[in-house]
Design a binder for this molecule. Structure first.
Ligand code: SAM
Length: 392
């Protein structure tokens, strides 16, 4: 095997890209945190999810471990941003060799190539469905809202809700590495309603992940808020409280790390997104609902042959709304994905916007947003209005 040599960090990243493109990446480890970074290690292994090759990323921070599944492109982006910034050492395991890259100065690494140490991974995954809240483990808030029996059995009529709660928790768990690793996590749930997902969030962060939290559930409906507050007190949910208020005018002091809005009606989602951007929330999770705005604004002439059919126009308006929202979030510096929240069989309102603050506004995304608006012959859009009002 050749002696170690100096090369650019980019050359190592190109090696990684090449191995990912050829499905020949059998693992990656990032280690040796850079100065000033807290101790952590990131391990990647290929897995198969729904028949597709993905990569499971496990990040150990102190005693905690966080998991995230990424496709090849997202993994490449993640490693590109972490190697050299957060970690000084990267190991890539490929069929032909093990590659070790150690940062020796900015953008330069010492690259060592060794005989391969790993054999082809068995790409079996899923290991059965491992829910964060498994059936059989009594969970007080699920019992309180009638989903579980006190012994931990999920009631037949509430299986779908049980799956939805767990699915939501998986999304939150996946973004935990993006949130401050220590201290009180501040979370706002806009339009919390009956709040079963707010209670679930509290359970995950405190009981399962051992974090101290301040979680605020906000809703317009005083009665609902009062009931939720009573449940929180009865269950002794520390750091969880409910307030009556309108998303649009809500003020808070101190940072907001995670902003959640789930099925907030129509442009209430835009109000929630705008507030989160204004507060520079680290992560935004939004499951939009009933996107009426665009339905009213789209003229049939913009896409003749499609928009004259009411049902198609409704669905198209919903998809276009999320594309425009995602574009605007990218434009103001949030790395944004639109993903499926729950299976189509439950509801067509099943998209989730997952946005992580990067502090790098994207002019390219702004251009794409403007282009899409032009193609749709739109003159206005609620989120754009709210964001520019906050900027002025
Ligand atoms: C469909 S429910 C969703 C409840 C809960 N987030 C969930 O996913 O189960 C929408 C909630 O948003 C609240 N809401 C709508 N507009 C709001 C606003 N501008 N400010 C605060 N809450 C709002 C409603 O009162 C309602 O409780």
């Amino acid at each position: 095997m050749p002696a170690p040599r100096e090369c650019s960090l980019k050359e190592f990243l190109d090696l990684l890209r090449d191995s990912l493109n050829r499905d020949a990446c059998w693992g990656v480890v990032l280690s040796q945190p850079c100065r000033g970074e807290s101790p952590s290690k990131l391990t990647v292994r290929p897995v198969e999810l729904s028949g597709e090759r993905c990569y499971q990323l496990a990040e150990r921070r102190g005693k905690q471990e966080f998991h995230l599944n990424l496709n090849a492109a997202a993994l490449q982006t993640r490693i590109t941003s972490d190697f050299g910034e957060r970690f000084e050492q990267a190991d890539l395991f490929a069929p032909d060799a093990d590659y070790s890259a150690r940062v020796i100065r900015k953008d330069v690494v010492r690259l060592t190539k060794r005989r391969p140490s790993k054999s082809a991974p068995a790409l079996t995954h899923d290991r059965g469905k491992q829910y964060l809240i498994p059936e059989g483990r009594p969970c007080p808030f699920l019992t309180e809202i009638g989903v579980m029996t006190p012994a931990g059995q999920v009631k037949a009529a509430h299986q779908a809700k049980f799956r939805q709660v767990n699915r939501f928790l998986e999304f939150v768990d996946d973004v935990l590495p993006e949130l401050p690793p220590t201290g009180v996590l501040r979370v706002i749930d806009f339009g919390c309603g009956k709040s079963y997902l707010t209670f679930a969030l509290h359970y995950l962060l405190t009981e399962l992940r051992g974090r101290e939290v301040e979680i605020i559930g906000l809703d317009l409906k005083a009665e609902v808020v009062r009931d939720c507050q009573q449940i929180a007190e009865r269950l002794g949910c520390r750091g969880l409280r409910f307030e009556v208020g309108d998303i649009a005018g809500y003020e808070t002091t101190g940072p907001v790390h995670l902003s959640v809005s789930l099925h907030a009606c129509d442009t209430a989602t835009d109000a929630a997104l705008a507030q989160a951007v204004r507060w520079q929330a680290r992560v935004i999770l939004a499951v939009p609902c009933c996107q009426h705005e665009l339905f009213g604004l789209l003229s049939d002439a913009a896409l003749p042959g499609l928009l004259q059919h009411g049902i198609l126009k409704e669905r198209f308006a919903a998809l276009a709304t999320e594309a425009l929202r995602a574009g605007l979030l990218e434009a103001v510096g949030y790395r944004t994905q639109v993903v499926e929240f729950i299976d189509m069989e439950h509801t067509p309102k099943n998209l989730l916007l997952r946005a992580v603050r990067t502090d790098r506004p994207s002019l390219e995304s702004r251009d794409r947003y403007e282009q899409l608006k032009q193609q749709l012959d739109l003159r206005e859009f609620a989120l754009e209005r709210l964001l520019s009002r906050d900027r002025d």
